[in-house]
Design a binder for this molecule. Structure first.
Ligand SMILES: [Zn+2]
Length: 97
């Protein structure tokens, strides 16, 4: 692993450590979350199912709410669910309701 790389942007030296952000992310998850993620990746399900599950657990599926947060939806578009039009379209709503 390469650590302590430097790059120059507009004359300023920007020091960063390759691999360190991953360690920071891993530090923020609980033991139980780590156990669940480990089981997901070791599962015999098709890779696209595993990838979708990983995205769902990290709230990375393109729901209307997530797309709006990324400014990928026009502000005039309703964030309500297209199926029931009662609540905002979140991952929890789509998968559990
Ligand atoms: Zn709905």
């Amino acid at each position: 692993m390469e650590v302590g790389c430097q790059r120059k942007i507009h004359g300023e030296v920007d020091v960063f450590e390759v691999g360190r952000p991953i360690l920071l992310v891993e530090d923020t998850i609980t033991f139980e979350q780590r156990r669940v993620f480990s089981r997901i990746w070791k599962n015999a399900a098709p890779s696209k199912v595993i990838a979708f599950t990983w995205k769902l657990l990290h709230n990375r599926i393109p729901t209307k709410v997530n797309l709006a947060q990324r400014h990928a939806l026009s502000p005039e578009i309703s964030l309500n669910c297209v199926m029931c039009d009662g609540v905002q379209e979140t991952a929890n709503h789509l998968m559990l309701h």
